[in-house]
Design a protein. Structure first.
Length: 108
């Protein structure tokens, strides 16, 4: 499979597992990202999101370091986008795979 150019191009091999994570909240997502080796910054302003960066060396002003923003209130239908955005970075960087992601969640 060729490398995707956008998170929208990610085709989940185990897409059926999305239904098993539909109730994850922002704290759960932050823990998943930390376990995958990403840096979660919850102190970036007064907004209703936390930012997830490639690592703790990245400057919050460097948009290329941003992996995903996690809203405080996550609706179940938004879970698929979060999965794909986190996976997109893992696949592009070679740091983790879809299987690694599901293993961190304890679903594989």
């Amino acid at each position: 499979m060729s490398s995707p150019n956008s998170y929208r191009e990610i085709k989940l091999v185990h897409g059926e597992l999305i239904n098993r994570i539909k109730n994850l909240d922002s704290d759960d997502w932050a823990k998943v990202c930390l376990k995958l080796g990403l840096y979660v910054s919850k102190s970036s302003g007064k907004g209703s999101h936390c930012a997830v960066y490639k690592d703790n060396v990245c400057s919050p002003t460097d948009v290329s370091c941003l992996v995903v923003t996690i809203p405080n209130n996550i609706y179940p239908n938004f879970q698929r986008d979060l999965v794909k955005k986190v996976l997109f970075y893992g696949i592009k960087s070679g740091k983790y795979s879809e299987e690694d992601f599901w293993k961190v969640l304890g679903l594989m």
